[in-house]
Write a protein that binds this ligand. Structure first.
Ligand SMILES: *[C@@H]1O[C@H](CO)[C@@H](O)[C@H](O)[C@H]1NC(C)=O
Ligand SMILES: *[C@@H]1O[C@H](CO)[C@@H](O)[C@H](O)[C@H]1NC(C)=O
Ligand SMILES: *[C@@H]1O[C@H](CO)[C@@H](O)[C@H](O)[C@H]1NC(C)=O
Ligand SMILES: *[C@@H]1O[C@H](CO)[C@@H](O)[C@H](O)[C@H]1NC(C)=O
Ligand SMILES: *[C@@H]1O[C@H](CO)[C@@H](O)[C@H](O)[C@H]1NC(C)=O
Ligand SMILES: *[C@@H]1O[C@H](CO)[C@@H](O)[C@H](O)[C@H]1NC(C)=O
Ligand SMILES: *[C@@H]1O[C@H](CO)[C@@H](O)[C@H](O)[C@H]1NC(C)=O
Length: 452
């Protein structure tokens, strides 16, 4: 699972700094980093706070066999803070090593060893890809993805119940999905969780994060990607779209055709920006029995605006496209600007398939939850990380709206003192799964009781 980076953590400190003054940003960030051993809620693997968070995300894949902690800690020790190419090359090195190990294993004889090596190789290829989207024509964006897809698929075939890849026809685009059939689903229909990620996450990451936890509980798991998300963006050149139900509905249509899916017990789960995308989809796609937002996210654009320097927000609001584009393009190539902001702009333009920062930010604002929750009439789960400052206050806005509308929802704050306070509970997947999946089991059980 990859989530929106913890941009807010650093940028909140910069709110009063004029955006033209790059140097103070730099020194302030490092001042904070120097204090991090006493003040930070989590141990930092890099003095660059964005890298530190991303390394935490990568490390968290260990939960479902996606990485080995020692391998990640080694890479972390070699990565130069703030240098995107360094992040790329350390993980590319690790990925190639793991790929070689996998490729030399006789997979028929040693399927577990081969599977583990290929899963880790794929994770490290994805990690290497994370900071290279600044130049959309960089050929590595495609080549590294072929490597990750092919190694992930090699591992997928070696699971005790092999994962199944399908391409579902959407309206104007194709939707790649992976179906992980539950062990319990041999001769019967079982509840099924449809899980999607957000602004930068991949469906492959989901398996190692909450995905394996879902399958372990006897449910089928379906992961999917829509426009703007890694594989669709690469293969079909399409950026994010607001009508997310057009991504999810074809997936549900497909599930209706399977004999191993209990179509009365379907749940939709969204991670990070998926905390907006999933409820948006569920507002028009009514065949789910439950919707989970990990975490609650009312409006990502608004959340970013709260963290940006005021002058930059005013420039956007003024509607001067040329001036906003020029300023943002200068910021993204300025190494003194915090990694959080540089990455956010790079990833935003890439994932919205645009060359204009203004176009990105304006379209991002159209994807929010205002006016959608009215149309969801099934129990909702809204999560929040206690020290998630990247989307500070957002889950509360969702909860306030649900309360106002008289909806059936459960809110849960995951705590910092037990390591679950990060964005999307990164690194505390067992706690996330325990709380969300036990809640879901109860919702499914109630549904069966009330149907009798
Ligand atoms: C560390 O934090 C303390 C208390 O918040 C502050 O006074 C000090 O200046 C900080 N040190 C650095 C190097 O930023
Ligand atoms: C379903 O099939 C798998 C693979 O053949 C087997 O390992 C598992 O025990 C079966 N589960 C049930 C509930 O029969
Ligand atoms: C994505 O951007 C490319 C390059 O600008 C363009 O050719 C393509 O048509 C865009 N895709 C969509 C769906 O707009
Ligand atoms: C937009 O900003 C540019 C550069 O700051 C400026 O030259 C131009 O006059 C502005 N346009 C409008 C319509 O305000
Ligand atoms: C939702 O949109 C309406 C109309 O634009 C606005 O008045 C309202 O404040 C918005 N709600 C929230 C919680 O932002
Ligand atoms: C995050 O925000 C909370 C209050 O919302 C604050 O107590 C905490 O210190 C912040 N954490 C970081 C790392 O900035
Ligand atoms: C809300 O949903 C939960 C889970 O299904 C259920 O236990 C509860 O009774 C519902 N509450 C209301 C007020 O409908």
């Amino acid at each position: 699972m990859r989530c929106l980076s913890s941009m807010g953590k650093a940028l909140l400190l910069l709110g009063t700094v004029p955006f033209a003054a790059a140097a103070p940003w730099h020194s302030r960030l490092h001042a904070r980093a120097d204090n991090s051993t006493t003040a930070a809620p989590m141990y930092s693997l890099s003095s660059d706070s964005a890298f530190a968070f991303q390394l935490e995300v990568i490390l968290s894949l260990a939960n479902g066999g996606g990485v080995s902690p020692g391998e990640v800690l080694r890479a972390a020790s070699q990565i130069k803070p703030g240098e995107f190419e360094s992040f790329y090359s350390e993980f590319k090195f690790l990925a190639d090593q793991m790929h070689d190990i996998g490729a030399h294993i006789n997979a028929e004889k040693y399927p577990v060893s081969a599977r583990e090596a290929f899963f880790r190789a794929a994770s490290y290829y994805r990690a290497a890809d994370f900071y290279i989207h600044g130049n959309p024509d960089d050929p590595r964006i495609q080549t590294i993805w072929h490597s990750q897809l092919s190694d992930f698929d090699a591992a997928l075939h070696l699971l005790p119940v092999p994962g199944e890849r399908y391409t579902i026809k959407g309206d104007g685009f194709d939707i790649p999905i992976i179906f992980y059939k539950s062990n319990a689903a041999n001769h019967t229909r079982v509840p099924t969780v449809v899980a999607g990620s957000g602004y930068d996450g991949t469906q492959e990451d989901i398996y190692h994060g909450i995905g394996k936890e879902i399958v372990d509980r006897g449910y089928n798991l379906v992961t999917y990607e829509g426009p703007g998300q890694p594989t669709v963006r690469r293969e079909q050149n399409i950026g994010f779209i607001p009508d997310w139900w057009n991504v999810v509905t074809p997936v549900v249509d497909y599930l209706m055709t399977r004999s191993d899916v209990d179509t009365d017990r379907l749940a939709l789960l969204g991670l990070s920006f998926g905390g907006t995308l999933a409820p948006r989809a569920a507002s028009k796609e009514h065949r789910f029995s439950a919707v989970l937002a990990i975490d609650g996210l009312w409006n990502l654009q608004q959340s970013i605006e709260n963290a940006l320097p005021t002058a930059l927000v005013e420039l956007f609001t003024s509607g001067n496209v040329t001036a906003f584009d020029t300023t943002m393009k200068a910021l993204r190539v300025n190494p003194r600007v915090p990694t959080e902001l540089r990455w956010l702009i790079d990833q935003g333009m890439w994932s919205f398939n645009t060359t204009s920062p203004y176009d990105w930010f304006q379209r991002l604002g159209q994807i929010n939850l205002n006016g959608t929750l009215e149309d969801i009439d099934v129990p909702m789960f809204i999560g929040e990380g206690q020290n998630d400052n990247s989307t500070a206050g957002q889950p509360q806005i969702v909860v306030d709206e649900l309360k106002k509308l008289g909806k059936n929802y459960t809110y849960h704050q995951f705590k910092t003192n037990v390591g679950a306070g990060e964005h999307c509970q990164v690194g505390a997947e067992a706690q996330l799964a325990q709380v969300t999946m036990d809640w879901l089991a109860q919702v499914f059980e109630n549904k069966m009781t009330s149907a009798q």
